[in-house]
Design a protein around this ligand. Structure first.
Ligand code: NAD
Length: 328
């Protein structure tokens, strides 16, 4: 029998909470131990529609199931009154290879697992005092990243900068103030966000770097999660070269698709620069932040182990609660 679960049910029952963060953290730990098989991302372009379908997957030794995510980005869909992003996750039995579940999440589980990765980065790298947090962007991940940070650190204010209209920015302020009980301050520039915050999360699809190394200050942690493709870049390459601890989710991916790609290209870091994957902190191979004055950075590009961990979590909850329909 195959369990098919709708987006509505997933929205209602799968939360970004500490337990979800722990699951994603465990995925990074297994990756670091060499227990995960993560094939390269498969990208199927549909050029005449300015579109692509991306496939991410991972098998983690010892888990009863594995997952494959098929995510579509059809960027001309809004012209037809349709959303540009859609997708689903497929859960497969790791003993028999049989299909077990289809999670029609339309990207929601990706938002949750990406927020969770931000929480893992903050847990090991952010300073203890994150009362003044900052975020660049005011979209979906600007919300999920701050929700995730609030699980790990006590935040009082969020200083936010984005390129949106006042309406969109107001909606961000309203949502975060209501949900997290924080004060949201609309900043006049990215520079203000960086200079006034002890942690900054960048969450944009920018193709031009907007965060400069000259603005770094002692104690700052930056998580950069917007760049997940070759053409994207949020941070000046020099930022990666200027920090005390440089981290990422998966080195092979970050150096190809993330901020580490542009940092290498600009010569700010080299193949010899120490770069630590999140799993190394989780497994205690690296202590993470040891000094409140250190400047730290984590580049997130999104790894298949996160998708497998969140899919298995969602599937288990769906089984337990009898969500969706069974077919077969
Ligand atoms: N690393 C991962 O695992 C992962 C996972 C999901 C999404 N992403 C990427 O994260 C990015 C954000 O995703 P989202 O769903 O939040 O997008 P979104 O469209 O909901 O929000 C993007 C926000 O960025 C702002 N923005 C764009 N360019 C800017 C700039 N130069 N300066 C300031 N603000 C700017 C926009 O105004 C908007 O508020 C995308 O690039 C997406 O592909 C990465």
């Amino acid at each position: 029998m195959v369990r098919v679960v709708t987006e509505r049910e997933l929205l209602d029952h799968i939360a970004l909470d500490l337990s979800a963060v722990e699951d994603v953290e465990r995925g990074f730990a297994e990756l670091d131990k060499g227990n995960a098989t993560v094939p390269p991302i498969m990208m199927i372009p549909v050029p005449h529609l300015d579109a692509e379908v991306d496939i991410k997957a991972a098998y983690i030794k010892g888990l009863p199931m594995l997952a494959v995510k098929v995510a579509s980005g059809f960027f001309r869909n809004p012209e037809k009154g349709l959303p540009s992003q859609s997708g689903q996750m497929v859960v497969i039995d790791a003993e028999t290879g049989f299909l077990q579940g289809v999670l029609l999440d339309n990207g929601y589980l990706t938002q949750v697992r990406t927020g969770a990765a931000g929480a893992v980065a903050a847990k090991y790298l952010a300073p203890k005092d994150c009362a003044n947090a900052g975020v660049v962007g005011a979209g979906a991940q600007a919300r999920f990243q701050m929700r995730a940070l609030a699980l790990i650190r006590d935040i009082r204010t969020i200083r936010s900068f984005s390129l949106d209209s006042d309406d969109v920015r107001d909606a961000y302020t309203r949502d975060m103030e209501r949900e997290l009980g924080v004060k949201v301050i609309t900043a006049a520039s990215v520079e203000e966000v960086v200079r006034e915050s002890s942690i900054v999360v960048t969450t944009t699809p920018s193709r031009r770097p907007f965060l400069k190394a000259a603005w770094l200050h002692p104690g700052l942690h930056i998580t950069s999660m917007g760049a997940d493709a070759e053409e994207k870049q949020e941070l000046e390459g020099a930022v990666a070269g200027a920090v005390n601890i440089l981290a990422c989710d998966l080195k092979a991916q970050s150096t190809r698709l993330g901020e580490l790609r542009s940092a290498l290209r600009d010569g700010a870091i080299t193949a010899e620069t120490p770069i630590f994957e999140l799993g190394a902190f989780v497994n205690g191979k690296h202590p993470g932040r040891t000094d409140e004055q250190q400047v730290t950075m984590c580049d997130l590009t999104g790894v298949g182990v996160q998708d497998t961990m969140i899919s298995l979590r969602a599937y288990a909850i769906a089984q337990e609660k009898g969500l969706g329909v069974e077919i077969g």
